[in-house]
Design a protein around this ligand. Structure first.
Ligand SMILES: [Zn+2]
Length: 314
């Protein structure tokens, strides 16, 4: 396993790693962790890194060594004692059979004689019966078994599950820290600062934007919004264009754009419709982030119609 395949701690995860290593060193790793925080902060990377750290047979300063048998199995993409459960497709639930299979695997003896670890991401994708099936595993924890739940929105998980997990909230890095990290991993890309702004300070999302050439999409999106505001743009055409973009990204750009213009324009600050629209955007964002399937064209047409109305009644 090359060192690049090991999930090294991100600078803003260092404290979490240190705390985890301390508990691991004294044999007090909890049975379940709930890692939460906004998307684009490296939650899955953290979960994978902690799993690698426990499955490594010869950790180096609290990080997987990259060369032992455990690390080699991880590098092959199949470690018999690590199970990752994710929705079969975007917007799909994690269903009871998947969780039952996982619980059966966790109840058996580990194949390599060490830890058995499962990562469920995003955990809020479990439907009610799947979550209930998982509860049994949480109520009767096995020795050297760790369940890691990764969640963008932990409030959607049943309280009975949340209360049985040790909670880890991934913090926002400060601007300088995020900027330094992003510049380094992007090969000093001059657009790093802009990408970080567009990603509202979330470094991994900013990196994704740089790598996928998403910045020009965001520019196009803002041009469409301005055109709608001025009444020079058709809502149907704008909806067609925006439907081709990643919906979560576009909704986040919309929220950030609205926030920025409200800060600058006092007349908008006293406009009740602006706040109602803001609520609606946030609600839609949460809905899409939780994996709800929507008709994008229709949804954007409705949002843009309301958006135009906000400005026509000024
Ligand atoms: Zn190792």
């Amino acid at each position: 396993m090359s060192l690049s395949l090991i999930s090294l701690p991100l600078p803003w995860h260092t404290k979490i790693w240190d705390d985890f290593n301390q508990t691991a060193d004294v044999g007090r790793v909890p049975h379940a962790l709930l890692i939460s925080g906004p998307n684009g902060m490296g939650k899955m990377r953290l979960a994978t890194g902690l799993a690698q750290r426990l499955l490594c047979l010869d950790t180096l300063n609290g990080i997987a060594c990259g060369v032992c048998k455990g690390c080699q199995l991880l590098a092959s993409g199949f470690h018999p004692d690590l199970t990752i459960v994710q929705p079969a497709d975007t917007g799909k639930d994690i269903i009871i059979n998947e969780v039952r299979t996982l619980c059966t695997t966790l109840s058996k003896t580990s194949q390599q004689g060490g830890w058995k670890i499962a990562i469920i991401a995003p955990a809020e994708s479990m439907n009610i019966s799947a979550a209930n099936a998982l509860l049994k595993s949480l109520e009767e924890p096995q020795d050297k078994t760790l369940l890691i739940l990764v969640s963008h929105r932990p409030s959607l998980l049943p309280a009975t599950i949340r209360s049985r997990c040790q909670k880890i909230l991934v913090p926002h890095p400060d601007r300088l820290e995020a900027r330094q990290w992003l510049s380094e991993v992007s090969g000093q890309d001059p657009r790093a600062g802009k990408a970080l702004d567009v990603a509202t300070g979330r470094p991994l999302l900013a990196l994704e934007y740089l790598q996928a050439g998403v910045l020009k999409d965001q520019q196009l999106f803002e041009e469409l919004l301005r055109g709608l505001q001025e009444g020079s743009q058709s809502g149907i055409y704008a909806a067609e264009q925006v439907s081709k973009l990643n919906m979560v990204n576009a909704l986040e750009w919309f929220i950030a754009y609205l926030h920025a213009i409200v800060v600058k324009d006092q007349s908008l600050q006293s406009n009740q419709n602006v706040y109602l629209f803001f609520d609606r955007l946030n609600h839609t964002h949460r809905m899409v982030l939780s994996g709800s399937t929507v008709n994008q064209q229709l949804l954007w047409e409705e949002l843009f119609m309301s958006w135009r109305q906000v400005f026509s009644h000024r």
